[in-house]
Design a protein around this ligand. Structure first.
Ligand code: ZN
Length: 162
């Protein structure tokens, strides 16, 4: 970290997103999952299948995802898995709230440090269609943290059309 080379934060964050998009972390099937959720974002064509292993004490012992999604969706889900793995359910839920606040509330200016590299996605809040992409993996996480049921749940970030 030399002070003579001011690396642009936007640049740094774009690299984070590209990196996670090209090499998603915790990507693959998780046959021993205790809860799974299928996330669908039809407006973009994103699909995320998320599996977690939640210990009896409520700790996220393992988390993995598969699916086909755009760069924002893939990077968001990949970053999310690295952040919540090893965390307690309540901590994971708090991160979900932080993330949701960051990308759904435009007036918020400073993303919380708890989100780490996920702050790379703060700019998404200017683009409502992209918010759905970024939230997809998180909505799936919400379902898996919630559920005792082993039946896969399907969620969508698409608003119901009326
Ligand atoms: Zn997308």
């Amino acid at each position: 970290m030399s002070s003579g080379n001011p690396m642009n934060f936007d640049e740094l964050y774009r690299e984070v997103i590209l990196d996670h998009c090209k090499r998603p972390r915790n990507f693959g099937p998780l046959p021993q999952a205790t809860a799974t959720a299928h996330g669908d974002n039809p407006s973009c064509g994103d699909e995320v299948h998320l599996g977690i292993v939640l210990s009896p004490e409520g700790v996220v012992e393992d988390i993995k995802f598969t699916g086909q999604a755009c760069a924002i969706s893939t990077a968001s889900t990949s970053l999310m898995t690295t952040l919540v793995k090893g965390k307690k359910r309540e901590e994971a839920e708090a991160l979900l709230k932080d993330f949701e606040n960051m990308i759904c509330h435009i007036e918020e200016t400073k993303p919380p440090a708890s989100l780490g590299n996920l702050r790379a996605l703060a700019g998404v809040r200017q683009f409502p269609q992209r918010v759905k992409c970024a939230m997809l993996g998180w909505r799936a996480l919400e379902q898996t943290l919630d559920g005792n049921s082993s039946a896969p749940k399907t969620i969508t970030t698409e608003e119901p059309s009326s």
